[in-house]
Design a protein around this ligand. Structure first.
Ligand code: GDP
Length: 297
């Protein structure tokens, strides 16, 4: 199984983002807290160059509290300023201002030494599709947001949202593309609903999910569906189909239908708060392979 997902509009998005980079001080990168690595595009390190970096683990309302903290620590250990946010509800949003200022400490100090005071920091939001960029921008802008419009010396058409006296945010986010270097990345993106369902069938997605849950979130399936969890993924799926009355015409179990239920339940956090990827100390090989930590500061 190999995914190709780099349509033409993504190369345009990359060019636009590279241009926008010239205008900003700090990159606010959103990842999905359930799959922090698969929802992260390592190319951003090269695109961001030496800009200050903030990483937001968005949708943390859907992911595992214990893993959220571990991921935050992990990204901090990699030189990011990291924060957990729920852009939909606004939880954690207020802390982002502080995160931006902390990330730009060195720049603020440089400005101060040169006698430049109170120059607003300019920020840009980036992330793969569906990670919550628009929701985040709306949430942090709030009602008080004022678009400052075109400014002299700024590329025509750029709109800046003044968040407060210290920070201005570019109103259009940079769209990164997911990077399918590994089948698991595709599987994880499909499971959270970030890529079209027809790329992977729900049956294989659900079997993978069941295997993962029975290993790392024992009891989650039992609790949701009232089944007795076995070590065999197909058996578990069959048990779910039975409990949910998923039957084909002849009376056989409809495993496709049960798979659909299961994946939907996962996406809506009905199986509990689940994180599909663990930071290095738990799964070192996978993460070392997939993470490019060369943030040049
Ligand atoms: P974009 O493509 O990156 O701009 O993503 P959107 O802002 O359009 O968000 C994609 C989906 O994720 C929408 O259905 C949002 O309501 C949802 N969403 C965004 N942030 C959060 C969050 O923190 N928690 C939850 N549960 N859903 C979120």
């Amino acid at each position: 199984m190999h995914f190709q997902w780099y349509p033409g509009h993504m190369s345009k998005a990359k060019r636009v983002m590279q241009e926008d980079m010239k205008l900003i001080d700090v990159v606010i990168e959103l990842v999905d807290a359930r799959i922090p690595l698969s929802s992260k595009n390592p190319d951003i390190n090269q695109i961001a160059g030496n800009k200050s970096r903030v990483i937001l683990l968005n949708k943390y309302d859907l992911s595992d509290d214990v893993q959220n903290q571990k991921w935050k620590e992990y990204f901090e250990s990699q030189g990011y300023i990291a924060a957990l946010v729920n852009s939909k509800k606004g939880d954690g949003i207020r802390k982002v201002n502080d995160a931006v200022i902390t990330a730009c400490k060195a720049k603020i100090e440089r400005d101060r030494k040169r006698g430049i005071l109170n120059r607003p920091l300019r920020a840009m939001v980036v992330g793969i599709p569906n990670v919550g960029k628009s929701t985040f921008i709306n949430s942090i802008s709030g009602k008080a947001s004022a678009k400052t419009g075109n400014k002299p010396g700024v590329t025509k058409g750029k709109q800046w949202i003044k968040l407060n006296k210290s920070i201005e945010l570019l109103d259009t986010p940079g769209i990164l593309w997911p990077k399918f270097e590994d089948q698991r990345v595709g599987l994880h993106l499909a499971l959270i609903g970030s890529i079209r369902d027809d790329i992977l069938n729900s049956y294989s997605m659900s079997l993978n999910l069941i295997s993962f849950l029975t290993m790392y979130y024992k009891g989650a399936l039992a609790e949701r569906y009232g089944i007795i969890e076995s070590e065999d993924a197909v058996e578990n799926l069959a048990a779910i189909a039975k409990k949910r009355g998923c039957l084909l015409k002849g009376g056989d179990l409809d495993l496709e239908k049960a798979s659909g239920f299961l994946v939907d339940d996962f996406r809506n956090a009905k199986l509990g708060k689940v994180t599909l990827e663990f930071p290095p100390e738990i799964e070192s090989e996978v993460l070392v392979e997939e993470t490019d930590n060369s943030i040049s500061e």
